[in-house]
Ligand binder design. Structure first.
Ligand SMILES: Cc1cc2nc3c(=O)[nH]c(=O)nc-3n(C[C@H](O)[C@H](O)[C@H](O)COP(=O)(O)OP(=O)(O)OC[C@H]3O[C@@H](n4cnc5c(N)ncnc54)[C@H](O)[C@@H]3O)c2cc1C
Length: 338
């Protein structure tokens, strides 16, 4: 276990926001978490669990003990008649895991290619893209409790996955360190190509029966065209969740804004496109201080260079107010504000 003091977190968050961790501990396995729990000073101190920092907004220096999860290793652990089970350390890069599975002939994660961050954070917000969510490929995970030091294996029902949500955002937030995740990749493989952008690529390339690698390549190309690369423009991906409303609320909004982009969900509720609403309020491309709204996608807030977390949050609040004023909908941030 490595304990460091006064560590700059700027390189450890994709927004590139400045903040200093008073204490940072690198976690390479369950035993490191237990050493923290048993440590005379660290054991009782409040903790913050850090993965790749791609879904956080740092607004201040961190007095909490930052546990930076760096558990490594990827392996095929089981071959069943109807699935492959792959296990990955929580500190592995999610995208590198997708690449590894494809290289080993174990498809199923390709729609979630190029999502930034670590494997351990993937269940926290039930990551998803292009018609597939983590919960659709989830088998189980290992976690260590930060109060008792006990290791547990949790299945899907305890994880309580929802839209960009799980138990790790509620009762187990900063309480359970996820150390390993197991994914169930269904056999035989079936491509998921219903999403409009992918269907268009299939049509344009004249492909009727794509390979997993083709789907991954299309997803990567679509994402590169739409989203800013955090290596060049600081950001945390979609800044707001798409709000879900009742049919009555939706009818009311359509009455006033007939063009609003919306998607009916299987349970009868309706998902509204937050990016469309932000754009309709005139925010696309705008800058406030050193934070701004990405020119190609109004759902993404960016660091124009040298921004601090409070500037990002001032911009976010201004957007929330205009969207509320026009549509009566309160947008909820997707990243964790620290
Ligand atoms: C350009 C861009 C595009 C994105 N696109 C998508 C997308 O398409 N779909 C999507 O769902 N998300 C997307 N995101 C958001 C982000 O990639 C995911 O939320 C990702 O899972 C965050 O991983 P991370 O390791 O960076 O987590 P962090 O930002 O480090 O942490 C996020 C949360 O998870 C907790 N956490 C992290 N690791 C652990 C662990 N091992 N155990 C317990 N808790 C932990 C943290 O405490 C924090 O609350 C995007 C982000 C960016 C920058």
């Amino acid at each position: 276990m490595q304990i460091e003091s006064g560590v700059s977190l700027k390189p450890y968050n994709t927004f590139g926001l400045p903040a200093v961790a008073q204490t940072l501990v690198r976690i390479t396995g369950d035993a490191d978490v237990r050493r923290v729990v048993d440590h005379p000073q660290l054991g009782r101190a409040p903790k913050f669990i850090l993965g790749g920092g791609s879904n956080i907004v740092l607004t201040r220096d961190m007095p909490q003990v930052v546990l930076k999860v760096e558990v490594r290793g990827i392996r095929l652990v089981e071959t069943r008649e109807n699935a492959w089970i792959v296990e990955a350390g929580a500190g592995e890069s999610w995208h590198e895991l997708v690449v590894w599975t494809l290289a080993h002939g174990l498809p199923g994660l390709e729609n979630m290619a190029l999502i930034p961050g670590t494997v351990g954070a993937a269940p926290v917000q039930n990551i998803g893209a292009y018609g597939v969510e983590l919960k659709d490929r989830f088998e189980s995970l290992d976690a260590v409790d930060l109060v008792t030091g006990r290791s547990v294996t949790l299945g899907p029902s305890i994880c309580a996955f929802g839209y960009r949500d799980s138990v790790f955002k509620h009762s187990l937030a900063n309480r359970s360190v996820i150390t390993r995740v197991r994914l169930r990749l269904p056999r035989p493989w079936q491509p998921v190509v219903g999403y409009l952008d992918i269907a268009r690529r299939m049509h344009d390339d004249g492909v009727a029966a794509p390979t997993p690698q083709q789907v991954a390549d299309w997803v990567c190309a679509i994402r590169r065209a739409k989203l800013p690369d955090p290596a060049t423009i600081g950001n945390a991906g979609s800044f707001f969740k798409n709000p879900v409303v009742s049919p009555e609320q939706c009818r009311d909004i359509i009455g006033r804004d007939p063009e609003i982009v919306h998607y009916p969900l299987p349970d009868g509720t309706i998902k509204l496109a937050a990016g469309w609403m932000i754009d309709a309020c005139g925010w696309k491309g705008k800058t406030v201080g050193k934070a701004g709204v990405y020119e190609k996608q109004a759902l993404v807030l960016v660091n124009r260079g040298g921004a601090i977390g409070s500037e990002v949050m001032t911009l976010a609040r201004a957007i929330q107010e205009s969207v509320y004023g026009r549509f009566g909908i309160r947008l909820e941030p997707e990243p964790v504000v620290v």
